[in-house]
Design a protein around this ligand. Structure first.
Ligand code: PXP
Length: 240
């Protein structure tokens, strides 16, 4: 069974909505690890809309499992990664206007740039994963640029409206996973995975890690709200 990387970006999104200090993604990471998370994933975006530089610096010191830094393949981010030394880096495409990462990286179209970035990071002992759609040319290009990992984009599978489309998308993921492993790549997956659609992806042979954020943070709001309200009632009543 694959391991679970918990993406805590949305904890920072709530904090940044008020530009305040809570909830602290560092505290969320500690609790996620106590609950069994195998890794902590954060996306330091160019626009710093959620995770901040301070977060990744503290997380580097506090994360006891492994820290996966998602980032764009820019000079600024490469410099940060070389300094931070996360356990691995996942290169993602980044557009300022998008709500979340929309598609996979175009490795085919940026082969030489990505080969340079992968080499720079891996020479510094930071394994690199490329977040790509489960398309054969992209998978083959990922192997050519010598990334150690790919992260298969599960968005098409997750967003499929009908069972038949979802079954087809799962088959594409399965074939992508097999092709990548045959090329010597290690395979992670993520995006849009929920409590209802994750298990079939977890069963794909050779799948190493699933990176899941939105579903877990959404559920934590709902499973935590009753306790949070009770605690505020106690504060108002002067009983704490
Ligand atoms: N993997 C990558 C590369 C991502 O960009 C994201 C979203 O930040 C995720 C996984 C997690 O996706 P979700 O929040 O939909 O679980």
């Amino acid at each position: 069974m694959p391991t679970l990387g918990v993406n805590i970006d949305h904890v920072a999104t709530i904090r940044q909505a008020r530009r305040t200090v809570e909830p602290d993604p560092v505290a969320a990471a500690v609790l996620a690890e106590l609950a069994g998370a195998d890794g902590i994933t954060v996306h330091l975006r160019e626009d710093r809309r959620h995770i901040q530089d301070r977060d990744v610096q503290i997380l580097r010191q506090t994360v006891r499992t492994h820290l996966n830094l998602e980032m764009a393949a820019t000079d600024e981010m490469v410099a940060i990664a070389l300094d931070l030394k996360p356990n691995y880096v996942t290169l993602v495409p980044e557009k300022r206007q998008e709500v979340t990462t929309e598609g996979g990286l175009d490795v085919v179209g940026q082969r030489s740039h990505l080969a340079d970035v992968v080499q720079t990071l891996q020479v510094a002992h930071i394994p690199v994963s490329l977040f790509i759609d489960p398309d054969t040319p992209q998978i083959e290009a990922a192997a050519q640029v010598q990334a150690q990992f790919i992260e298969l984009h599960t968005g098409t599978y997750a967003e499929a409206k009908q069972e038949r489309q979802q079954t087809q998308a799962l088959e594409v993921l399965k074939q992508g996973c097999e092709r990548a492993i045959a090329l010597g790549l290690r395979v992670n997956a993520g995006h849009g995975l929920t409590y209802w659609n994750t298990y079939p992806v977890a069963c794909l042979k050779g799948m190493e890690e699933l990176n899941i954020g939105h579903a877990i943070i959404s559920r934590s709001v709902l499973v935590g709200i009753e306790r949070a309200v009770r605690e505020m009632k106690a504060v108002i009543a002067g009983s704490v």
